[in-house]
Design a protein around this ligand. Structure first.
Ligand code: HEM
Length: 98
């Protein structure tokens, strides 16, 4: 199992824990005199949820960057980017006739 797959699974499990904590919080709000710490219960899964969520967010951008770096120009054997701007010589976007 790859690291990114494990991160996705963690994000899913944490989202479940977060949802349960929010439900517990709402339940506690209905009961007078319930302890205040229940309100902070949702923060415990929320922080790693944010970390794994940011990782999942940058994953496609990171993959695109790696793929572009691994792609070689058949003429120059230099790496070139298939998307976005590139200042390197041999990049598709910067090739001029002649
Ligand atoms: C805290 C900030 C959060 C960030 C930055 C974040 C970000 C993301 C990203 C980038 C994805 C992947 C989307 C994709 O690949 O199409 C994702 C998936 C998901 N997120 Fe979050 N998320 C956050 C919080 C939450 C919360 C609060 C919940 C629910 C309580 C949640 C539930 C999910 C679920 C169920 C998935 C699908 C996971 C899977 O592929 O199985 N996320 N999230």
């Amino acid at each position: 199992m790859s690291f990114s797959h494990r991160m996705r699974q963690w994000h899913r499990v944490l989202s479940l824990a977060f949802t349960l904590a929010v439900v517990a919080n709402l339940g506690a709000m209905m009961i007078p005199g319930s302890p205040q710490w229940i309100g902070f219960l949702a923060l415990a899964p929320l922080l790693p949820l944010l970390a794994t969520g940011i990782y999942l967010f940058i994953l496609p951008h990171r993959r695109r960057g790696l793929a572009a770096r691994e792609t070689k120009d058949p003429m120059t054997q230099e790496g070139f980017q298939t998307t976005g701007r590139s200042k390197r010589r041999g990049a598709i976007g910067s090739r001029r006739p002649g």
